[in-house]
Write a protein that binds this ligand. Structure first.
Ligand code: DQA
Length: 139
């Protein structure tokens, strides 16, 4: 089983970016743990450009996708259409509790076309989403 984790803009800076919100752990550190915990192929992809994220969604050969589109979550009809247009399960993830932050972060263009959304648990948001995606793909 193959899962792609697609990260959007500024998520390449996790570990140094606003650690009071996003913590200090890096994706390299947690990926190593997740690869031991879950016996599936996990690929981490990241891009800061909206259209490139659309391309990653189209090109994915994974069985399922976890996406944190960063700020594009709140603006991108193109990403919403891309998710709606591919025939595989997609779970939306956010590290921070977007519902408790600025009002412009309260709306997600992506949630309606995703299987579900996990937010507010830092890196654990991804872990919970991986767990759920595996459960879904195996059932
Ligand atoms: C984020 C929340 C977004 O509002 C923000 O723009 C991000 C990160 C999160 O993981 O909490 O870049 O997606």
């Amino acid at each position: 089983m193959k899962i792609d984790i697609i990260n959007g803009p500024n998520l390449n800076l996790i570990g140094q970016r606003q650690p009071e919100i996003y913590g200090q752990e890096t994706f390299d550190e947690v990926l190593e743990k997740w690869r031991t915990t879950f016996s599936v192929e996990l690929n981490l992809l990241q891009n800061n450009v909206e259209g490139e994220l659309v391309n990653l969604l189209h090109a994915s050969s994974a069985d399922g996708i976890i996406i944190n589109a960063g700020a594009y979550t709140h603006t991108s009809i193109a990403l919403r259409d891309a998710i709606a247009g591919i025939k595989k399960p997609v779970i939306e993830v956010h590290m921070s509790n977007v519902a408790g932050r600025e009002s412009f972060r309260h709306e997600s263009f992506l949630t309606p076309v995703c299987m579900g959304c996990v937010f507010g648990f830092g890196m654990d948001s991804y872990r919970l989403a991986i767990d759920q995606l595996i459960h879904h793909l195996r059932s």
